[in-house]
Design a protein around this ligand. Structure first.
Ligand SMILES: Nc1ncnc2c1ncn2[C@@H]1O[C@H](COP(=O)(O)OP(=O)(O)O)[C@@H](O)[C@H]1O
Ligand SMILES: [Mg+2]
Length: 289
């Protein structure tokens, strides 16, 4: 194909400027996870989803906390349908997804949905087919997982190309995060983790938390973790939850919002290469492993 034909295709939107070649860009599939509950995963997913969407990215946030699904509540959404309607073949994914702040898309879960490990073959097929088609149009798929080391958490983390582990400076949050990464490493061969320290009193405390965990993981498991950043303890966070809107929407210059912006910028601007597909790998792993 000559260059003029390529340019024509770009103009007509058939070819992405970014990829430039026939290889399709990959959707970034990022799990936001933790060992301990209540460390801020849902608020982090909501704020990063909003900010990435505001930067012009196509974002789908999946509420994968099937025990305590509450992403819709944090975002002030009242979805009519959720993942369980998709799994029972009652609704398509396009009918289930709802639009949140900034144009981010949200796939709501329902509390008390069965473990993925217990899904029937038909349900797995529905999930893979529906999600692969819909998700491949996105730039980012963020997955708000539940806490701990249940089979659902393992599935979603093992299937995600990138894993962000959220901790707070509390010692129990660190021991639980260590246990989570140990299982993901030993059972699912995951070695790359990024640490996000939430509710820190400042950069110094956050770095110290990272250092402690990093030393323990390096020493006992020989895995290295990367420091993604920190979100300060910010009273506006709880107020934002009460208002059912991301803090970055309500108070864009609050300390937490400023940190969220820096992290969203890092994620949006970095070049990441996946081997063997992002979205396809994700849904196939969810269904078949
Ligand atoms: N940086 C922060 N500063 C103050 N409070 C926070 C911060 N991050 C989260 N919170 C509070 O912690 C609570 C739990 O957050 P949530 O996102 O639901 O955690 P998880 O999804 O990990 O269970 C929320 O009520 C929220 O207001
Ligand atoms: Mg949550």
């Amino acid at each position: 194909m000559d260059q003029a034909a390529v340019l024509r295709e770009i103009k007509e939107g058939k070819r992405s400027m970014r990829s430039g070649s026939k290889t399709k860009r990959e959707v970034r599939v990022i799990a936001i996870t933790s060992g301990k509950g209540g460390v801020g995963k849902t608020n982090i997913a909501a704020n990063l989803g909003f900010l990435l969407a505001q930067m012009g990215k196509k974002v789908l946030v999946l509420d994968a906390d099937m025990g305590l699904a509450n992403l819709d509540v944090v975002l002030g959404l009242t979805p009519r349908f959720n993942l369980s309607h998709v799994l029972y073949g009652e609704k398509s994914l396009a009918e289930t997804v709802v639009k949140g702040p900034g144009g981010m898309l949200v796939l709501p879960a329902s509390s008390g949905i069965q473990e993925l490990a217990e899904m029937t073959g038909t349900q797995k097929t529905i999930l893979i087919d529906e999600m692969s088609a819909f998700g491949s149009d996105m730039d980012f798929l963020l997955i708000d997982t539940s806490a701990g080391i249940s089979s659902n958490v393992m599935y979603f983390n093992a299937a995600s190309r990138e894993i962000i582990v959220v901790v707070t400076p509390e010692p129990t949050s660190l021991t639980d995060a260590y246990a989570l990464m140990k299982v993901l490493y030993q059972k699912h061969d995951r070695k790359r983790f990024r640490l996000l320290v939430n509710m820190a009193r400042g950069a110094g405390e956050a770095k110290a938390v990272y250092h402690r965990l990093s030393v323990a993981l390096g020493h006992f498991l020989r895995i290295g973790i990367e420091y993604l950043g920190f979100i300060p303890e910010d009273e506006k966070m709880a107020e934002a939850v009460r208002c059912q809107k991301p803090v970055a929407v309500l108070w864009p210059s609050s300390p937490a919002s400023v940190s969220f912006k820096a992290i969203a910028k890092t994620l949006a601007e970095e070049e990441v290469e996946y081997e063997g597909g992002g979205i396809k790998f994700f849904w196939e792993s969810i269904g078949l492993r």
